[in-house]
Each structure stands twice: as structure tokens, then as C-alpha cells.
Write a protein that binds this ligand. Structure first.
Ligand SMILES: Nc1ncnc2c1ncn2[C@@H]1O[C@H](COP(=O)(O)OP(=O)(O)OP(=O)(O)O)[C@@H](O)[C@H]1O
Length: 224
């Protein structure tokens, strides 16, 4: 059984304005090909946890393993490499560069990784756009495509380095029900057909119910 992500006894404190124990002994595993959602009331610590899992925040106690390897808490350069290589991110807001074309936006994380030539990256980006049925948008500026299309571009960008894990923070939060369903279907296909693992923070109960498993958080702990 391949474990893609493992959190072991993660504790996190905010020290200001007062000491606050925001995450308490968080432990869980995400297997290869699993589609998991995280739910919980506003303020229970979901975004704080996601920030740690994304390797952006290293100020925590406990251990994080990505594909069996301990994620170091120092060496920002190595962390940036790990993040870019193994994790794709999809947020509520797409964070596309509006003056860049769709294709250029999708290519960016691969350019940053620096492991392939530009023609290889372009071919790969076009494949991802095709997979998401937005190949026809490749040369449009990001500012010229619709909200639902922008989110699909953001997913293509998250997939460009062939990550093993997708982390999402309310990825359907800004979408109407049709586009939200569309994004869910894409995620589901990525799991079942490509063996990707997904961990998605959501307030959308309908979305969560359709995932393989729900991690419920309450006041910094995992309830189930
Ligand atoms: N930098 C910070 N310093 C101090 N407290 C913080 C900081 N960031 C978040 N908090 C507090 O930590 C708690 C958890 O915040 P977090 O953003 O993780 O919640 P959340 O579950 O993602 O909420 P939401 O669903 O509203 O996004 C909240 O009480 C918040 O006010």
C-alpha cells in the first residue's frame, strides 16, 4: 500500500497575540489514488493544516512524510523543489497571470522546475489542456476566459509537473454548481485513472460526500 502523504503528531502554536494551540496531535495518511476531503467549521484550523502540508509552513512540531520521505524543516530551496515536483495546488481563487496566455500560465511551474526543454514543456502543457477539454483556449489570455475555464486552467497548471498529490483549498468555492460538478468529475478521474491522491478542504457537503473519505476537524483536532 503506497502512502503518498503522512502527518504524524502535528502540533502547531500561534504565539501572537496570545499563545494559541491551533493544531493538536494531527495524524493521518493519504494513500495513492485516494480522494479525501477535509471539513470543519470556520476557524478550526483547516487552512493552517493545509499550509503545513504544502511545506510552506515549517514552524510546527511532529513529522510530515511525502512519498515516504521526511519533509525537512530547513533548507527552503529543497522544500521549494519538493513542493514543485510532488504537489499540485488548486485554490478558491485561480491566481493565473491575467496578461499571460492560458498555455504560458500552465507552463510556468515546469519552467521553474527546470527539468525539461521549452518544447517538451509546451507539448506537456498542451496535453494537460487537452485532458481538461480546454485545448482551444491555449492562446487566449487568462483574463479572456470564464470563471469555470480559469479553474480548469489552474488544474492543468497544478498537473504540469505530474505531481503525486493535489492539495485544494476550497477549489469549487467560487464556482456555480455546474462548474463545481465539473471540477469534481475532473478530480475523480485523476484519482481513478491516473492514481493521483487528492486532499481537498471544502465547506461543500455535497462535494465532500462524494469523496472516498472525509476528515472532520474540530478545534484543531481530527474528529474522524
Ligand atoms: N497568523 C496567525 N496568527 C494567529 N492566529 C491565527 C493566524 N492564522 C490563523 N489564526 C487563527 O487560527 C485559527 C485557525 O485558522 P484557519 O485559517 O486555519 O481556520 P480555517 O478552518 O481554515 O477557517 P476558514 O474555514 O474560515 O477558512 C483561527 O482561530 C484563526 O483566527
Amino acid at each position: 500500500m503506497d502512502i503518498v502523504l503522512e502527518a504524524k503528531h502535528i502540533d502547531k502554536y500561534f504565539r501572537k497575540p496570545v499563545d494559541f494551540h491551533v493544531l493538536k496531535a494531527i495524524s493521518f495518511q493519504i494513500k495513492k489514488g485516494e480522494f479525501v476531503s477535509i471539513m470543519g467549521k470556520s476557524g478550526c484550523g483547516k487552512s493552517t493544516l493545509l499550509y503545513i502540508l504544502s511545506t510552506m509552513d515549517t514552524d510546527y512540531e511532529g513529522q510530515l512524510y511525502l512519498n515516504g520521505q521526511l519533509v525537512p524543516k530547513q533548507n527552503q530551496e529543497h522544500l521549494a523543489y519538493l513542493r514543485n515536483k510532488h504537489i499540485g495546488f488548486v485554490f478558491q481563487f485561480h491566481y493565473l497571470l491575467s496578461e499571460f496566455t492560458v498555455l504560458e500560465n500552465v507552463m510556468l511551474p515546469a519552467k521553474k522546475l527546470g527539468e525539461f526543454t521549452l518544447p517538451q514543456i509546451e507539448l506537456n502543457a498542451l496535453e494537460k489542456l487537452k485532458m481538461l477539454n480546454i485545448e482551444h483556449l491555449a492562446n487566449k489570455k487568462a483574463s479572456q476566459v470564464s470563471g469555470g475555464e480559469k479553474q480548469r486552467v489552474a488544474i492543468a497548471r497544478a498537473l504540469i509537473n505530474n505531481p503525486t498529490l493535489i492539495l485544494g483549498d476550497e477549489p469549487t468555492g467560487n464556482l456555480d454548481s455546474h462548474n463545481a460538478q465539473n471540477v469534481f468529475n475532473i478530480f475523480k478521474t485523476l484519482c481513478t485513472e491516473q492514481g493521483l491522491s487528492l486532499l481537498i478542504v471544502t465547506h461543500d457537503e455535497d462535494f465532500a460526500k462524494k469523496t472516498d473519505r472525509i476528515i472532520e476537524m474540530e478545534d484543531g483536532i481530527i474528529r474522524s
